[in-house]
Design a protein. Structure first.
Lengths: 399, 449
């Protein structure tokens, strides 16, 4: 009968050939396979990896759409500051969306196109199925880069990230570092001028630099780092009407995404909560340092150290990192106890780097990558606790 | 002093086709089979050749490693065929049953007056030893080791499991005799568990320590109960017996006969009338299910849906099983099955799956895998359905890369494959957990003894 039968026949025809993984990836995208259990449990729960990844993508969609509007809004608001007086009236406009369509959508398309192509090539060469990990990575990448990132740069970074960050370790589930952050880190270290400074965050700011029409694309963190006043209100920061990477500005939508991930039991609430906790603690410590007059206004750290601890949670990429990046189950700690430690340290170190990094006032992606490396160590000690308990039981018996 | 066991972590899988509490006597099958693969880890050495006439209880084969461990014919009749597989491995010994059953007479014994060795020898001679299994490794007990305790789980929590309160009713005398006998085999206690609000015939036994169990599956798994009552440490051995096998042991002591008849639950949506029947171990499936089974694209399972074995209609019920489950095969594609909201399947998550809305609903699940095999990705989900104080994913990985030190340290002595049935059921990556555990346990047994 129709499509289903035709695809089934094609699958049988391609079975065992080199192209089978590529065909199956498309086939299983349309149809849940006809595979039945054998050997183990005779029934299986409804969830598979595709469904799990799909939930994360759904949680990211609001951030993407908001990011598209925000790309236009920041552009026009930088030209005409009066637009900021009535944000709501000037935010959800067709003009803004159009900027999003021409600037943000290409980032998404390049990220998915290049990344999936690499995945397919590896699957065909190595003869394994195309695994779903990149479905989420491909959506994360455009959301954590500046809006003006050149597309070729993104393509190069994606190839690097997928090959070195993931495939060399054996593909989805085997990687040590979060692939999306590997891509971000590659961009940061390979093309630092495009990833930091006061221009790349707003569309067209780079082109206009040095001309009469120059506009500023300074982020809040950038302003604080230079001990400058910030023009945005708490409301702006929470809602996300601020410059920043494409999809990470709206704390509100990120929290909604977090609620969705936690409710569906896909994201780890332990990591999300402990990351915010760690960041708050570090922020409080810095506030106390300032309150104790250890740091004076003349210090170059004053601006960020004096930022109220709860404000640290809303600005920069902290919320986005905590909810969507730190929770990547493959690179995070795998034990429940370990997740608390892992998340806490991510938050703690993020704010520390944010304050002390002289070149670039943000540290979330570096903190997460660092903790990715230490996650197995954390797990090791947590699991050893269990092992010791077991050994102790034996000793009590024999004593 | 009884200790109650309350489990919070776990998952009750509610399926359509619970057995109605009526029992039909099934007439004798013409052919029975004893399959050595039912006794994991035993290499059989045949005693009865093709053509030999046997009585019920007479040995068909013994264990190659211990000649005392005999495996009896469940019925009287003639050995018609020894089916062999690759490398002449014995797959099944088939017996054509006599129309009038005769039993080998092992003599009535008063269990209370026997010594431990006498009980042991009686169990050896009558072929009842294989009913006693051991932890670690979940195999037939090694009689040369002394168990620190013996565990009997009288609470069945697996999906659609036979209600032991029902199937054991009226067997009080047999059960009491059997526990009196097996209590002689250990210097420790005999721990018996029953459901919290049950009127199980097991709850009035004397000479045992009784535990009341509550909570979702796997609260009825004997590993769960061992872990809560008296966990196994390195170098220790515990033995386990199922209550339905205690009945057979009890009858042996009371009457001198080996009578492998038990009450079997026919469950699952593919039975027209799910109910109980009485049948003898090793009976032909089609004789037990005759006139009741809708065998159209059906998976027939000897045992439950989580840990049972797939059998054909002309196959035979497993030696230890007291349940046959029949569910639909799921060999069809489902359009956008991976992302559309799901209302007719069970899930431990809420990823557009809605089984959490109505926890009492009964589902008609089929055998579709609902996705393809992948590497381990998701973490933290197994822990929600795994009540033992063990890190399930770390243990599984240690079992996969076969690091014996880690397998031992992480709790390999405390588990059986069935304990990983629920984690396998919910596994997003569709990994074969029970197979991984079984192979790892076999390796541990080989290398560590």
């Amino acid at each position: 009968m129709g499509l289903k039968q035709n695809l089934h026949n094609l699958k049988e025809k391609y079975k065992g050939t080199k192209m089978a993984p590529a065909f199956n990836a498309i086939h299983t995208f349309l149809y849940l396979p006809n595979e039945v259990t054998h050997g183990g449990t005779h029934i299986k729960a409804a969830d598979d990896l595709k469904r799990t990844m799909n939930i994360v993508i759904m949680a990211l969609i609001p951030c993407l759409i908001f990011g598209m509007f925000n790309a236009g809004y920041q552009h026009y608001a930088a030209i005409d500051g009066s637009l900021r007086a009535d944000v709501l009236a000037n935010f959800f406009t067709w003009d803004n969306l159009w900027i999003g369509i021409i600037k943000v959508l290409p980032l998404v398309i390049v990220s998915y196109g290049v990344g999936l192509a690499v995945e397919f090539v590896f699957a065909v060469i190595k003869g394994h199925e195309v695994e779903e990990g990149y479905l989420v990575t491909g959506m994360l990448v455009p959301l954590i880069v500046p809006v003006d990132t050149p597309l070729w740069m993104l393509a190069v970074a994606v190839i690097f990230g997928v090959v070195i960050g993931k495939e060399v370790f054996g593909g989805t589930g085997m990687n040590i570092l979060n692939p999306a952050l590997t891509i971000r880190a590659f961009l940061f270290f390979a093309y630092p001028t495009w990833m930091s400074g006061d221009k790349v965050w707003v569309y067209d700011a780079v082109n206009r630099a040095g001309t009469a029409d120059a506009i500023s694309g300074e982020t809040i963190l950038g302003s604080y780092a230079q001990n400058q006043e910030v023009i945005y209100s708490t409301w702006d920061k929470f809602m996300g009407f601020i410059p920043g990477s494409v999809g990470e500005t709206s704390t509100l939508l990120i929290l909604l995404g977090a609620a969705f991930l936690i409710f569906t039991k896909i994201g780890s609430w332990r990591i999300i909560v402990s990351t915010f906790l760690g960041a708050a603690v570090m922020g409080l410590i810095f506030n106390q340092v300032v309150a104790a007059d250890v740091i004076t206004e003349s210090s170059k750290f004053y601006g960020l150290m004096n930022t109220v601890w709860w404000e640290h949670l809303m600005i920069g990429g902290l919320a986005f990192g905590a909810v969507y990046m730190a929770t990547d189950p493959v690179t995070a700690s795998q034990t429940n106890k370990g997740k608390w430690i892992y998340g806490f340290l991510i938050g703690f170190i993020s704010i520390m780097i944010r304050v002390f990094n002289p070149a670039y006032p943000e540290g979330v992606f570096l903190a997460i990558l660092l903790m990715n490396v230490f996650a197995p160590t954390i797990d090791h000690y947590v699991v050893q606790g269990n092992v010791k308990k077991r050994l102790k039981r034996t000793k009590v018996k024999t004593a | 002093m009884s200790k109650d066991i309350r489990i919070k972590k776990g998952l009750d899988i509610k399926l359509v086709g619970e057995a109605e509490k009526t029992t039909t006597n099934v007439s004798l099958s013409s052919v029975y089979a004893v399959k050595p693969e039912d006794f994991h880890g035993i290499t059989p050495k045949l005693i009865a050749k093709e053509g030999t006439a046997v009585k019920a209880g007479e040995a068909l084969f013994h264990s190659k490693s211990d000649e005392r461990i005999l495996f009896p014919s469940p019925v009287s009749g003639k050995v018609t065929e020894v089916i062999r597989g690759a490398r002449r491995k014995v797959l099944a010994v088939k017996i054509a049953a006599d129309t009038k059953q005769t039993y080998a007479d092992f003599g009535k014994k008063d269990a209370a007056k026997l010594s431990g060795d006498e009980v042991k020898n009686h169990l050896f001679a009558s072929g009842c030893w294989p009913f006693i299994k051991q932890r670690p490794y979940d195999v037939v007990a090694n009689p040369n080791q002394a168990p620190k305790a013996i565990f009997v789980s009288g609470y069945a929590s697996a999906p659609l499991a036979a209600d032991l309160d029902y199937t054991l009713s009226g067997k009080e005398a047999e059960l009491q005799t059997a526990v009196t006998a097996i209590a002689k085999l250990t210097a420790g206690k005999v721990h018996v568990s029953v459901g919290k609000n049950s009127n199980s015939p097991l709850s009035n036994l004397t000479g045992v320590e009784l535990h009341k169990v509550s909570g979702p599956h796997p609260s009825g798994n004997v590993s769960t109960q061992i872990a809560k009552i008296d966990p196994i440490n390195k170098g220790e051995v515990v033995w386990t017996v199922t209550p339905q096998d205690l009945v057979i042991i009890g009858e042996l002591f009371l009457t001198g006969k080996f009578n492998a008849e038990r009450t079997i639950a026919l469950t699952g949506s593919k039975f027209e009338k799910p109910q109980y029947v009485t049948a003898i171990a090793g009976a032909t499936i089609s004789d037990i299910t005759a006139g009741n089974l809708n065998n159209d694209n059906t998976r027939i399972i000897s045992g439950n849906v989580l840990s049972g074995k797939q059998v054909k209609e002309d196959g035979f019920i497993g030696y230890y099983d007291n349940q046959i489950t029949a569910i639909p095969e799921g060999d069809d594609y489902e359009f956008f099955g991976w992302n559309k909201p799901v209302f007719n399947k069970i899930s431990a998550s809420r990823a557009l799956t809605f089984s959490w809305l109505n926890p009492k609903k009964k589902y008609d699940l089929n055998t579709n895998t609902n996705g393809e095999h992948r590497a381990f990705v998701v973490t933290g989900s197994y822990e929600d359905v795994f009540p033992l104080d063990i890190y399930p994913m770390q243990l599984l990985k240690a079992f996969m890369y076969k690091d014996l030190d880690e397998m031992e340290a992480l709790g390999g002595y405390e588990i059986a494959p069935e304990d990983f049935a629920l984690t396998e059921f919910i596994c997003v990556s569709k990994q074969p957990h029970q197979k991984i555990i079984r192979e790892g346990l076999d390796l541990m047994r080989e290398e560590l003894g």
